[in-house]
Ligand binder design. Structure first.
Ligand code: 5AD
Ligand code: SF4
Length: 406
């Protein structure tokens, strides 16, 4: 989401006649799009502030802050920035840059300066109404607002016309898309409409809430041409006690049933997830339940985070009683379990031919992802396939990577 915001902000800068530099040390203006999900992201900004103060001792430098910032951090950061603006209030930025080009536009209506020529993020909603007790988002982004469907379709159409190969629909809670719209549009309506656009492309969507996963969505997914059989379904914890304390609105049993239903309906589906370890009050027994459900579902990839208390959230009132060392230990344990699951699962892919979108290169290797989001490493050839779909034979596998040849 922050990357996507940055692409729209970059476009406002460009309209104001400013040029981007890839070298931070050369910049006259630096803008930070903050993330408040964990304290580590905010600490990085304090580190940057220190660097900028050193630069400012030698030459002028303008600093701007936007993105997700909690009130308490905003107060502390105020004096270090020349401008702080809410992401939805881009007019503050245009006034500051003395350009009025985008000032009449809503943030979503700005044409982004996409970072890539073949992969693009398209926001479909912003904000969140769920108030998971650990999460900063409802406080930094406000309530959920869905973007009108025709506006999204226009942006996706434009991207496909420009031959973009991969589009990621973004929202804090994509599968509740439309709940705030007057015309009963649902997320399923949106993806069906996108799928009708002709072209060679694939579409992902992030992130889903298990409680908003409709039967309609599960049934339609395998029937679409451009949507890989892939669902990101944040679990957060396997313990009912912790799930309740997190305000997640489902139990371990309900999550498992949902995962089973998805697997039954969507052939060879890849399910990825988010897990938090060390939430206040998480006992060994609670943690054991998370390990159990991980084995049962067999996630294609879990994004495991150590709990970080966010000022102003409901969970911040609970004692952060799991030590740093214990969080680290639990994180390692889950990572080891996952490594074993993936080593086992990935071996089954050796010998298969898979479509891979090549997206980067390093030394003598290309890297890309399969439809179900597995990273593949390929030896470099003379012809340049970056940004292209290629058919790859998987010849070897490790836990975190597949190895193949075109
Ligand atoms: N501490 C740790 N992880 C968090 N996440 C959100 N808030 C926190 C927090 N306070 C994780 C959740 C979410 C993902 C985007 O970030 O797992 O799904
Ligand atoms: Fe945060 Fe996601 Fe929960 Fe919304 S659904 S409060 S964004 S974790």
């Amino acid at each position: 989401m922050n990357k996507s915001d940055a692409e729209r902000i970059a476009s406002v800068f460009e309209d104001a006649g400013l040029n981007e530099t890839k070298k931070e040390s050369e910049a006259d203006i630096v803008i930070t799009v903050a993330c408040s999900v964990r304290q580590s992201g905010i600490n990085r900004i304090y580190g940057k502030i220190k660097e900028w103060q050193d630069i400012r001792a030698k030459r002028p430098l303008t600093t701007i802050l936007s993105g997700c910032v909690l009130k308490s951090d905003r107060k502390k950061m105020n004096k270090f920035f020349d401008l702080i603006f809410e992401i939805n209030d881009v007019s503050k930025l245009t006034d500051f840059l003395e350009t009025n080009i985008a000032s009449e536009q809503k943030f979503f209506q700005i044409h982004p300066k996409y970072d890539s020529t073949f992969q693009a993020y398209v926001p479909i909603s912003t904000g969140c109404n769920n108030f998971c007790t650990y999460c900063a988002v409802p406080y930094t982004r406000g309530r959920e607002v869905s973007r009108p469907m025709d506006e999204i379709i226009t942006e996706v159409q434009r991207l496909i016309e420009k031959d973009y190969k991969e589009i990621t629909l973004l929202g804090q809670n994509v599968n509740s898309y439309g709940n705030d719209l007057k015309d009963d549009t649902t997320f399923t309506d949106l993806i069906k409409k996108i799928d009708e656009i002709e072209g060679t492309y694939r579409v992902y969507f992030y992130s889903n809430h298990p409680k908003d996963m409709s039967d309609e969505l599960i049934e339609i997914l395998p029937k679409l041409d451009h949507f890989p059989h892939y669902i990101h379904l944040p679990l957060q914890s396997g313990s009912d006690k912790i799930l309740k304390s997190m305000n997640r609105h489902y139990t371990q049993k309900q999550y498992l049933e949902l995962a089973e239903k998805i697997k039954k309906n969507v052939p060879e589906v890849a399910i990825t997830t988010d897990i938090i370890v060390g939430f206040p009050g998480e006992t060994e027994e609670d943690f054991f339940k998370t390990k159990q459900i991980m084995e049962k579902v067999g996630f294609s990839m879990p994004f495991i985070a150590k709990y970080s208390s966010r000022p102003g959230t409901v969970a911040a009132k609970l004692e952060d009683n799991i030590s740093k060392e214990e969080k680290e230990k639990r994180w390692r344990e889950l990572t080891a379990i996952q490594k074993e699951i993936l080593s086992r699962e990935n071996k089954k892919l050796v010998g298969e031919n898979l479509m891979v979108l090549i997206d980067s290169e390093k030394k003598d290797k290309y890297y890309g992802r399969t439809d179900n989001y597995k990273v593949v490493e390929l030896p470099k050839k003379q012809t340049d396939p970056i940004g292209q779909f290629v058919n790859v034979e998987i010849i070897d596998s490790e836990a975190w990577i597949l190895k193949g040849k075109i």
